[in-house]
Design a protein around this ligand. Structure first.
Ligand SMILES: Cc1ncc(COP(=O)(O)O)c(C=O)c1O
Length: 399
């Protein structure tokens, strides 16, 4: 996928372009099929049928019942709903005397991390389980953290900065044995990993459509039948009373189609991304030998589409601005923290120094990228690195 007119887009973990076939399917629901799905006349019922179809498409990929899929505005809402819903349900069940307890990993996206921190300010006990140097959590540490008051374990399926895949099925088995529900933020896994909720053994799972060639502003929370959860958004009774608010029919239709397409293309996409990232890493290493890879290059333990590196001595933000001038779009960490001067909590969690964390760049490839683009991107990184290093040499010599 070209970026701008001539540039190279290497930030697919931040967002993806919408699949043109998905756009086409969405368009009628902005125009002639604009009905409210709650209306009883035909226009409304057409919208209702479209939502039902999208729910079946999502359920087929997740291997669940359509009734277990709750549509939301995206993974941030889904993550908030999972955590807050589990805490509130536990409080209702146990009264006010005991404090509920949450277990999360140290490399969760801010949608989970900041929600958990806010809950901790509001009387919830929180355990944040560390990760090893590759960014992987040890299931035994989750087992050790679980207490009688634990109301939820939330560990992401794959990390958005490093690409490291977590042993979610193992952790879910431990949680289930202890009677604790398990949530996974599977946002970065869609189209790349098996999302079968039964194979993963999770009770809740979050997705955001714009990460798998669907539209922005729509996502879902899978909630296994029987999971204790207090719904958070009340209103017109939509989503069977679980999430009030008139449904965004075009976006939901787009998500259903995008998820189904991403799943159908999964094997092909994994192979395509792996070839590109292998080339990018190989070229980067030979052109800039001091480059260090964050996370792991073990193909069984990492997403195939992400390459996260430390370029020693170069500020990530400076590199990104230089790359932008050369027509390359990449990221210094997660997109949501761009402009945030804080070093990435994920890169720090794997044991890198603050300096290294500030010199980190994430490249994430996708459908439209080619091998030639990988070579061109590395040439641009080398040119930018030379420019930045020459400039910093001048500055320190002058000052
Ligand atoms: C792992 C993960 N979780 C949650 C989110 C939040 O998704 P959204 O901004 O679509 O709500 C993102 C987006 O970057 C993500 O990568």
């Amino acid at each position: 996928m070209t970026y701008g007119r001539e540039g190279i887009y290497l930030d697919h973990a931040a967002t993806t372009p919408v699949d043109p076939g998905v756009v086409e399917l969405m368009l009628p629901f902005f125009a002639e099929q604009f009905g409210n799905p709650s209306s009883i006349y035909q226009l409304g019922q057409e919208a209702r049928a479209a939502i039902d179809g999208a729910r079946r498409q999502c359920a087929a990929v997740l291997g669940c019942s359509p009734s277990e899929v709750v549509f939301t505005s995206g993974a941030t809402e889904s993550d908030n709903l999972a955590l807050r819903g589990a805490v509130d349900a536990w409080r209702r069940e146990h009264g006010g005397e005991r404090r509920p307890h949450l277990v999360i990993s140290a490399i969760e996206h801010h949608a989970v991390l900041d929600t958990a921190m806010t809950l901790a300010e509001d009387g919830v006990d929180l355990d944040i389980v560390p990760v090893d140097a590759s960014g992987r959590i040890d299931p035994a540490e989750v087992a050790a953290a679980i207490r009688p008051e634990t109301c939820l374990v939330s560990v992401m399926l794959a990390n958005n900065e490093l690409g490291t895949i977590q042993p979610v099925a193992e952790i879910a088995a431990i949680a289930s044995e202890r009677g604790v529900p398990m949530h996974t933020d599977a946002v970065q896994g869609a189209g790349l990993l098996d999302l079968s909720v039964n194979r993963l053994g999770v009770d809740m799972l979050s997705l955001s459509a714009h990460k798998f060639y669907g539209p922005k502003g729509v996502g879902l929370l899978y909630v296994r039948k029987g999971t204790r959860i207090a719904w958070q958004q009340h209103g017109g009774g939509q989503e069977s009373g679980r999430r009030g608010g008139t449904e965004s029919v075009p976006l939901i239709v787009g998500m259903g189609e995008a998820l189904q397409r991403a799943e159908n293309l999964r094997d092909q996409y994994v192979a395509h991304c792996r070839t590109l990232v292998d080339r990018l890493w190989e070229q980067l290493r030979s052109n800039l030998p001091d480059t260090v890879r964050n996370g792991t290059d073990d193909p069984g333990l990492a997403l195939p589409n992400i390459l996260n590196v430390v370029l020693p001595g170069i500020q990530g933000e400076t590199m990104l601005l230089n790359l932008d001038l050369l027509g390359i779009a990449a990221s210094a960490g997660s997109a949501c923290t761009t402009g945030n001067a804080e070093p990435s909590h994920v890169v720090l969690a794997i044991g890198r120094t603050e300096q290294e964390a500030r010199s980190t760049i994430r490249f994430s490839v996708g459908r439209g990228n080619s091998l030639d683009e990988m070579d061109a991107a590395v040439a641009a990184v080398a040119e930018a690195a030379e420019r930045v290093r020459a400039l910093s040499g001048t500055v320190s010599a002058a000052g």
